[in-house]
Design a protein around this ligand. Structure first.
Ligand code: AHG
Ligand code: MN
Ligand code: MN
Length: 348
């Protein structure tokens, strides 16, 4: 047989299972969107890049404090930046160069920021909380990032983008997700086809699929809320929490509260249960923000078989009226949410 006509050999059976990175996963997902040719995965790669930069900084948080005392100025004469400002800038930097991004809105910026709005390629709006639970940083507790991706409300992409275009109900999210910087760093995202979890492999710097098709358990062991507010919460929340405690909802519950919503939700998603941030006498809408905290979480949890309400209706159906608006939030698995709905309905 001549050199040219040698048959091509089949690859040997692999010894190691192939890994799936978040990038590969997104590429596969975006085939479901008509007319999307790589731009969606490029956009999401901006988020994964920024969150890797944030995670690297979070991992060195204690060291940075030891090495450079707070309030110190750096060589450019700038005051040392706090982690939530750093996280915000990493996301803004990475996303503002993506041509598909028209506008960015962040917890850290009062107004939405223009990226490529008015360009024919810029069809997406990205909204985020760069660092969630940032007070945990000082005590080596876990923190997170939450994000939500929306389409522009107009099909005329050449038109000037308006700040109001971000005011869309969560049901319009194209994709959403969160990252938890805990003992390991995990990204959970959904593009409307299930919720999928990826663990950052620090040795190679890639988010690797570790939790495909997450399903929230039918019920869990824990409820998660800042119980210091219970006495100042509406009666339905008080009754619900008392009944979670006394076992009359099927089983007695224990409580867990990290104080970083992304982390508390992550436990709830994997182990079941319920997370609550109620309205209180002094904060009628609670604390959490609808657009970049409640909406992405509600989207993910619904995709995993759970649900999310503001105590009156579905979180994802709320029509926002302002970018930083707050909402009460009750989110969890089927049994816990059914019990909450029953108590809320009986009180009406
Ligand atoms: P952020 O750090 O982005 O301001 O968010 C903190 C939020 C949320 O993560 C957490 O669930 C909640 O604040 C905790 O608030 P309380 O201290 O009122 O419980
Ligand atoms: Mn937050
Ligand atoms: Mn924040």
């Amino acid at each position: 047989m001549s050199e040219e006509s040698k048959p091509v050999a089949r690859p040997p059976r692999p010894t190691y299972a192939p890994i799936i990175t978040v990038q590969q996963h997104i590429l596969r997902e975006q085939r479901r969107f008509a007319g999307v040719s790589g731009e969606f995965s490029w956009l999401l790669s901006g988020i994964t890049l920024a969150t890797k930069l944030i995670e690297a900084k979070v991992r060195r948080a204690g060291l940075a404090d030891i090495l450079g005392s707070a309030g110190e100025t750096n060589v450019q004469g700038e005051v040392q930046q706090k982690l939530d400002i750093y996280a915000n800038e990493m996301l803004l930097n990475a996303l503002s160069v993506r041509e598909s991004v028209a506008m960015l809105a962040s917890e850290e910026n009062e107004q939405p920021l223009l990226a490529h709005g008015g360009s024919p390629h810029a069809k997406y709006i990205v909204v985020f909380d760069p660092l969630d639970g940032s007070s945990n940083i000082d005590v080596c507790g876990s923190v997170g990032t939450t994000f939500s991706i929306l389409r522009r409300t107009t099909t005329d992409l050449d038109s000037e983008v308006s700040a109001d275009e971000v005011l869309q109900p969560g049901s319009k999210q194209v994709a959403a997700g969160y990252v938890v910087y805990g003992p390991s760093t995990m990204l959970v995202y959904s593009a409307g086809n299930g919720a999928h979890g990826f663990t950052l492999d620090p040795a190679v710097g890639a988010f690797v699929l570790s939790h495909p098709n997450i399903r929230i358990p039918a019920y869990g062991k824990y409820y998660s809320m800042n119980e210091a507010y219970l006495d100042r919460s509406p009666a339905i929340y008080q009754e619900y929490v008392h009944r979670l405690r006394d076992g009359s909802l099927g089983r007695p519950y224990a409580s867990r509260y990290v104080g970083s919503m992304a982390s508390d939700i992550h436990r709830t998603l994997l182990k079941g249960g319920v997370f609550l941030y109620p309205p209180t006498a002094d904060h009628a809408q609670g604390k959490l923000r609808l657009l970049y905290e409640a909406n992405p979480i509600a989207f993910i949890v619904e995709q995993a078989g759970g649900s999310a309400t503001d105590g009156h209706g579905r979180i994802l159906d709320i029509q926002p009226t302002s970018i930083h608006q707050r909402t009460p939030l009750v989110v969890g698995g089927p049994d816990e949410m059914r019990a909450f709905a029953k108590i809320a309905a009986a009180a009406r």
